[in-house]
Design a binder for this molecule. Structure first.
Ligand code: NAD
Ligand code: DGY
Length: 334
């Protein structure tokens, strides 16, 4: 009989669902650290927050399940060296975060974030127009400044950095809006039906140079930390927008602030930040070309059930000796 240790303890409802999975599994839901330290000795599997102390006490551990998709605060050198397999919670948020990204894209394309600010002031002012003189309607074939200030999405290119489950769904949704879509990724070579040729990450400068919207959907890894600095912003079009729903550590916050102040890029929509919460006195809060959401892009009524389903499926795989649904490479952090 295999033994699964859970620590910190989970609620009775989820525990009952786990116990239903198999009669070949003993489940221990540790109430405190001292119980976890004694129970991990003969545990085969672990779900929760593993630490160097717990890992050192384990004599038979074969599998560790992280409760999060991201692993940057989870892996440590002894875990990387340990022979156990590590699985994460990727793949749960693909649709809801892609919706969040397209919400940002639509705001920038149609200036919705700026019109909402104007609405608070009862200000009737087409963006791009002269105050008090709406010049939206011009002669046949004439394009006004107001026209130019509102993007036609099917004229736009969206570039995705990280074509995993979230990045691929962003590609699908952007293509449905008629956008041209490109992506870079170190491993994925195709987003079926949308991008035949996902470029290797060394073509990031090419992606930045052609994109009207750059979407970061990559994990925080040693390779992606501060991947976006002044140099990368300068490689982007000055009319382009940056969207980050991956991890804050991928974008240097000071360099981004400077790039926005100096109009090296047109704007940014950010769900994640190098410093969270973003300090109340940070200049980004006051910029009308910046949209800020407080790390909630994954918030959804469906995610908790998917989270549990992923855990249950990985438990089934473990018991039956099948490949895990969400195996991670411990040394790569994803
Ligand atoms: N904003 C949020 O609340 C929120 C919620 C969930 C996940 N996330 C973040 O989104 C990330 C992606 O989630 P997912 O479910 O799509 O994971 P995933 O594992 O399916 O996809 C990650 C993709 O990033 C690629 N990648 C790795 N290194 C890269 C690099 N150097 N450059 C470009 N791409 C790289 C991987 O090859 C993979 O295709 C997570 O790791 C997490 O950090 C954020
Ligand atoms: O990585 C994850 O699981 C999400 O970002 C929630 O923190």
């Amino acid at each position: 009989m295999k033994k699964l240790l859970i620590y910190p303890a989970i609620d009775d409802t989820r525990l009952a669902r786990i116990q239903e999975v198999s009669n070949q599994l003993t489940v221990c839901n540790a109430r405190d650290l001292s119980q976890a330290l004694s129970e991990i000795k003969d545990a085969d599997a672990f779900f929760g927050k593993i630490t160097p102390e717990l890992l050192a006490a384990a004599e038979n551990l074969q599998w560790v399940q992280s409760p999060t998709a991201s692993l940057e605060h989870y892996v440590f050198p002894e875990l990387v060296e340990h022979p156990c397999q590590l699985t994460n919670m990727r793949g749960l948020f693909y649709d809801v975060i892609a919706d969040h990204v397209l919400g940002f894209v639509l705001c920038f394309a149609r200036n919705l974030h700026r019109y909402i600010r104007q609405q608070y002031e009862a200000e009737w002012q087409p963006i791009g127009g002269v105050a008090g003189k709406p010049d939206f309607v011009t002669g046949p074939g004439q394009v006004s400044e107001v026209d130019r200030s509102h993007l036609h999405l099917s004229d736009c290119t969206l570039g995705v950095v990280g074509a995993g489950s979230i990045g691929a769904e962003v590609c699908h949704r952007a293509a449905a809006f008629g956008m041209t879509v490109y992506a870079v990724d170190p491993l994925t070579r195709e987003v079926p039906g949308i991008v035949d040729d996902v470029w290797d990450i060394d073509r990031l400068p090419d992606l930045l140079a052609i994109s009207d919207f750059v979407v970061i959907a990559a994990p925080h890894t040693p390779q992606t930390e501060k991947l976006f600095r002044t140099r990368q912003f300068r490689q982007m079009k000055s009319s382009a927008y940056l969207i980050n729903i991956g991890r804050g550590a991928i974008v240097d916050l000071q360099d981004l602030t400077t790039a926005l102040e100096q109009k090296e890029i047109a704007g940014a929509a950010l769900d994640v930040f190098e410093i969270e919460p973003l300090p109340a006195n940070h200049p980004l809060w006051q910029m009308d070309n910046v949209i800020i959401t407080p790390h909630i892009a994954a918030a959804s009524t469906r995610v908790p059930e998917r989270h549990l389903e992923t855990l249950l499926e990985n438990i089934r795989c473990f018991i039956n000796g099948q490949p895990f649904l969400t195996l991670a490479d411990k040394s790569l952090w994803f």
